[in-house]
Design a protein around this ligand. Structure first.
Ligand code: NAP
Length: 272
């Protein structure tokens, strides 16, 4: 049977669930078709106040109301939640989407013991402003026509791509953690900008706008990245001096090394 989003439920009402719900509503998804559960009354009330969605402290109530179910709890509680819902989920047979970092599809299948359609997703934090990048991977029961549901859920918070689950560790280190590397760069540039004698919020605006502009140029230009870099770099000039130091200190190589080691760390933490 072809799945459509129809009613969508969230087990967990935290940052990522809120980002996705906000994206869905921004994209004109009907709020009366959204159901959310979590233990904290305050979080639920906030979601209800902001988005007029259906909320409940009872996870079962959400499972029983939806055809698409998003598992949005922290990794340390996911097993308890799956144990609690191990009869309810297979009985209702939703399309299950898990965003639990590092938790494999096989672990969900083991817990639920069924032929459930499961998608695992890895979004990143710019999802909170609709500019996330999410990887999606599917189990064997997902057929081509099921893919439009996760694509539209995560499409509502940014860009999506399908990946083999075995590539999730590298994706996590590269794109999931990626915003932290950019914030690290911005912090260093802000430190270097002190001599401008501007207040911190102005330098932050100048630097982030420069990064946004450069990133958009890299995205839109037909020139290669190295050509774009060369266009800023006159022989014997200012940029060349800075790049000479970055190269001498092997910053590029260090970035690659950092990401590969972070990917290994993701593997040892129990990722794919
Ligand atoms: N944030 C990110 O950038 C990001 C990126 C990729 C993946 N993820 C993954 O997304 C998941 C959620 O992350 P988050 O940042 O949204 O975490 P979060 O803000 O801590 O949200 C977790 C939610 O789960 C709820 N919860 C706890 N126990 C529960 C239970 N037994 N039944 C139902 N709900 C329960 C919490 O409820 P109360 O607070 O009401 O107790 C809270 O609303 C995590 O697995 C994380 O690995 C997050």
């Amino acid at each position: 049977m072809k799945k459509n989003i129809s009613n969508i439920g969230f087990i967990g009402a935290g940052n990522m669930a809120t980002a996705i719900i906000s994206g869905l509503i921004r994209n004109k998804f009907n709020n009366s078709h959204v159901f959310v559960s979590s233990p904290e009354e305050d979080h639920l009330e906030k979601l209800k106040g902001n988005f007029s969605v259906n909320v409940s402290k009872d996870n079962r109530e959400v499972v029983n109301s939806v055809s698409t179910l998003v598992l949005a709890v922290k990794p340390n509680v996911v097993e308890a939640v799956l144990d609690e819902l191990s009869t309810e989920i297979p009985k209702n047979d939703p399309l299950l989407i898990s965003i639990v970092a590092g938790y494999k599809i096989a672990s969900i299948e083991d817990k639920l013991d069924s032929k459930l359609k499961i998608v695992r997703a890895m979004p990143n934090t710019p999802a909170s402003i609709g500019m996330g990048v999410s990887a999606l991977t599917a189990n064997q029961w997902i057929v081509e026509e099921d893919k439009s549901v996760p694509e539209s859920v995560f499409g509502s918070i940014g860009l999506t791509c399908w990946l083999e689950e075995s590539a999730f560790d590298l994706f996590t280190a590269l794109i999931g953690s990626g915003p932290a590397y950019i914030f690290y760069l911005i912090e260093a540039l802000q430190e270097a900008a002190k001599g401008l004698n501007l207040d911190e919020s102005t330098t932050k605006e100048l630097i982030t706008e420069m990064i946004k502009g450069s990133s958009t140029l890299a995205n839109q230009s037909e020139d290669s990245l190295s050509l774009l870099r060369e266009k800023v770099t006159s022989p014997g000039g200012v940029t060349e001096k800075a790049l000479e130091i970055l190269n001498r200190k092997e910053v590029g190589r260090s970035i690659i090394e950092a990401i590969l080691e972070a990917s290994d760390k993701s593997k040892t933490l129990g990722g794919s």
